[in-house]
Design a protein around this ligand. Sequence first.
Ligand code: FMN
Length: 237
Amino acid sequence: VALAHPARLIANALGPPPPDIIAAAHERGMLVAALAGKAAHAQAQVASGVDIVVAQGYEAGGHTGEIGSMVLIPEIVDAVGDQATVLAAGGIGCGRQVAAALTLGAAGVWMGSAWLLTQEYARMTAAPAVQEALLAATSSDTVRSRIYSGKPARLLKNRWTAAWEQPGAPTPLPMPLQNLLVADAHQRLMRSGQPDVVPMPAGQVVGRISEVRPVADVVRSLVTEADEALRRAGGPR
Ligand SMILES: Cc1cc2nc3c(=O)[nH]c(=O)nc-3n(C[C@H](O)[C@H](O)[C@H](O)COP(=O)(O)O)c2cc1C
């Protein structure tokens, strides 16, 4: 489906993209990115021919590994060298974090959770309770759990994630079975309108975001703050 659209970029998580898909994307002039949670992932992705490696640390929302961004980013930058472009992800929500990622050697950043707290997301989501829950969350209010898909993913902590941690709760099934098991329940919880049960991938950085803004405002603040931070650190003027 993605290949049939005039997309500029295909991003792939949970393993290196198949070489035939990379070739098909390249034939159409599309770039291919892949998410890596450790240097070995990045090396496998580079060997498959990806253009961009996204070094995504433990703090990130969604499926995520065990290594924090501060350690992971330079590790992947060094492992990849000049074989692909490295973007930094996981815990990036403000310009100082962008500056830190650039300083660690990344060519740019890749953000997820911060976009959940934008006006554009508010217009496309059918569950306003999600933004209510995200606004109330602190950086301690996420949990890495297998209950979403069977593989570890960072989610907003709430009554649903807590229920799976109760004594006697079932152990999540391996991917893809867990997702099949919970899909109907997730839809019902999303429709419930209750911020304390919505099943939602979210990263630790949501704790720093306290208002819903237009994407353009978020990008402007990221650039201004990153520029100031780099100048303070003695970087490019
Ligand atoms: C709600 C949500 C859904 C996501 N879904 C995907 C996905 O389907 N595929 C993927 O490669 N990454 C996915 N991610 C991870 C993002 O691409 C990104 O790497 C991550 O959010 C970066 O960390 P941050 O959340 O701290 O910004 C998702 C993240 C969030 C918050």
